[in-house]
Ligand binder design. Structure first.
Ligand code: PMP
Length: 456
């Protein structure tokens, strides 16, 4: 590559001219430079201008759980690629077998790993399994998939059909049939504070099941903690009751761990915080911390067995993911899991998550605009409001000004779906699980300063 090709101005121009970035309005890029990230180490990244940033969102969308610059992952991937980069279909690979075994070791009650490469794709696999089980075992009747208001399961049309964020869906219909929404538990927190609202929120799901007909419903797909939809932690009693309802009506419980998996909330998986036993678990982001593209759809042996058949030649799971055969994914995932174990990152997520929650709650004394702080482990949110009494959300411009002020200070934070009144306008924090006390304090100090300036 010529020297000119590495020149920052040339890179910025190439990006501006040809890259269509995810999730952004491009109009401002006509007048401002896109930010190009060139290097990372631990919790920190450097952009093309040389500016250092403390990353409080693990690569933007809560992915780099073990932090940047992990040479052990890079070395393992390199060695594996030179030896055997890829084989898909009915044949296996050594890292594929090894990671599946290690992963299942963290998920008692589950036993089969189906490889894919994105969270959306893993969820599509789960939806297809549910549909096929309905055809094979229930005459096609038990085909409906329930999803929850405010939850997100991915970007494809089927995933958006199972998506509870209207602001993300509005422009992409028509959607796939057979997906039915159930209410979120947050409404119950607002309407019925006090004991028992977890059970009441779960009851709202049973009401939908009874209305639709239990024999038409194949699965219930939920995030353990609603992530992008506003960081909503379900109330006490909710999950136990949800599990009971699924068992009562023979409905598969599919938990989407794309965000919460691999230590994000302080346990290996988010559902393990609530003592429940799902039938299907999907995961992506933290599986290899972004060092390779890998996702998994993990099932119980019971689900797997529903596809075994001597008599029906067409009855196997007729699905493939071309890049599910890449060895870079499972080999990176093996090293990633080893790091989480060796460095006790689940425990660190719990401890540092608590520190962040405490720090943010302490800021509430000083900043009346923080309406609520909520989260679990290193997945925390601070909802900004016009008034704590009415919970009216702070306008989007101000929320984004807080994010921009933090960026100026060299701290990258996020904000979750801001366009839905009521639940949103939430500053989002999901730093790498290696965060230390100094990092957490630096993040919350930056928020403190930003709020002081923006609200002045
Ligand atoms: N499920 C959840 C809970 C997610 O947050 C996301 C992505 N943010 C997805 C699924 C989709 O994952 P991907 O972007 O890898 O397709």
């Amino acid at each position: 590559m010529s020297l000119a090709m590495n020149d920052p101005a040339t890179i910025i121009e190439a990006d501006r001219a040809h890259v269509w970035h995810h999730l952004v309005q491009h109009k401002p890029f006509e007048t401002i430079d896109p930010q190009i990230i060139v290097e990372g180490k631990g919790m920190r990244v450097w952009d093309i201008t040389g500016k250092e940033h403390l990353d409080a969102v693990s690569g933007g969308v809560w992915t780099v759980n073990v932090g940047y610059g992990r040479t052990e992952i890079a070395d393992a991937v390199r060695d594996q690629l030179v030896k055997m980069c890829y084989f898909a279909g009915a044949k296996g690979t050594i890292p594929g077998a090894q990671f599946a075994e290690r992963l299942i070791g963290k998920m008692p009650g589950l036993s089969r790993v189906y490889y894919a490469n994105s969270g959306s794709e893993a969820n599509e696999k789960a939806f297809k399994m549910v549909r096929q089980i309905s055809h094979k075992h229930y005459g096609g009747k038990k085909h409906k998939i329930l999803y929850r208001d405010r939850d997100y399961h991915g970007t494809t049309i089927a995933c958006l059909s199972a998506g509870g964020q209207q602001e993300r869906n509005a422009q992409y219909g028509p959607f796939a049939p057979g997906f039915v929404e159930v209410p979120h538990c947050l409404e119950y927190q607002a309407d019925n504070p006090g004991e028992g609202y977890g059970e009441r929120a779960a009851q709202a799901i049973e009401d939908v099941i009874l209305h639709e007909g239990p024999d038409t419903i194949g699965a219930l797909c939920l995030e353990p903690i609603t992530a992008g939809g506003g960081i909503i932690v379900p109330p006490k009693g909710y999950w136990e009751r949800v599990q009971e309802i699924c068992r009562k009506y023979d409905i598969l419980l599919h938990i989407d761990e794309v965000v919460c998996g691999l230590g994000r909330t302080g346990t290996w998986f988010g559902y393990q915080q609530f003592g429940i036993q799902p039938d299907i678990v999907t995961m992506a982001k933290g599986v290899a911390s972004g060092y390779a593209a890998i996702s998994c759809c993990v099932t119980t042996e019971r689900v797997f067995d529903m596809f075994k058949d001597d008599t029906d030649k067409m009855g196997y799971f007729r699905d493939i993911s071309t890049f599910g055969g890449c060895t870079s994914g499972p080999v990176a995932a093996l090293e990633n899991m080893k790091i989480i174990e060796d460095e006790n990152l689940c425990d660190n997520s719990t401890a540092m998550g608590q520190r962040m929650n405490d720090n943010l709650k302490a800021l509430m004394d000083k900043h009346a605009c923080i309406g609520e702080v909520r989260g679990m482990g290193l997945f925390q949110g601070a909802e900004l409001v016009q008034s704590r009494e009415t919970r009216e959300p702070m306008d989007e411009k101000r929320v984004m000004a807080v994010v921009a002020d933090c960026l100026k200070q060299g701290v990258i934070i996020g904000a979750s779906n801001r366009s839905m009144p009521g639940f949103n306008n939430t500053l989002l924090f999901a730093p790498a699980l290696i965060a230390g006390a100094d990092d957490i304090d630096a993040i919350t100090d930056a928020v403190d300063q930003a709020l002081t300036r923006v609200m002045a």
